[in-house]
Design a protein around this ligand. Sequence first.
Ligand code: IPE
Ligand code: IPE
Ligand code: MG
Length: 246
Amino acid sequence: MRAKAAPAPTVPAPQDVPRHVAIIMDGNGRWASRRKLPRIAGHKAGADAVRRTVRAAREMGIDCLTLYAFSSENWKRPEQEIADLTALLKHFIQNDLDEFHANNVRLRVIGDYRAFDASAVTMVEEALERTAANTGATLVIALNYGSQNELTRAAQAVARRVEAGELSADAITGETLAAELDTADLPPLDLLIRTSGEQRLSNFLLWQVAYAELYFTDLFWPDFDADALATACTAFAGRQRRYGGL
Ligand code: IPE
Ligand code: IPE
Ligand code: MG
């Protein structure tokens, strides 16, 4: 008897598509170890999942997709793994940027990408510059990103304005701080997805997640695809967001 194919997930109606989706792309290492492969094989397969997901998000009409690629804590990993991840980042820019650019996708980075090696920094900056005027979807890559560091930098920027006499401490609002975050000009976060079964934020978008919907899946990141994204968006469409009201 043939196994019945799983029903295709319903793609949410355009009005139900979240505007800003962020993903903690986790589980590359476990995906590889299940296959008795080195961790780098998981990261390579993860890069394929990035390509699929960016395409799917654009086709679904998601305006802004933010991907957690490297956290400020990931420097704790072995040097070789960091080198492999940096190489994959460069490879991604080299091979995929043309397609995104042709599709009017604007690339943005959050986090301090300048901590990567000089050639990676140059490539990131060229990619940012090349796509800056694009008006379609926005692809945000979080590189050496940590939310506590982002909030600290924002607090320092606000404090400098107070020191300069531009602003009084009492005049500081949530908007003042939000305007100094790396995400300042991005739409509010609607949906945060984490793969691999972990249910924590790992220092990702702590401020921005305030009223985002959270979605956890057991899929390892290399297994994530258009169907998985559609399933998450369908779940999102079924949520009732109340923002503290009734
Ligand atoms: C996510 O996969 C990729 C990065 C954090 C760069 P992991 O490398 O964390 O995979 P696991 O969690 O060890 O399975
Ligand atoms: C979060 O995954 C960071 C990225 C996906 C880039 P980690 O694998 O680094 O998170 P922890 O260590 O399990 O919290
Ligand atoms: Mg992990």
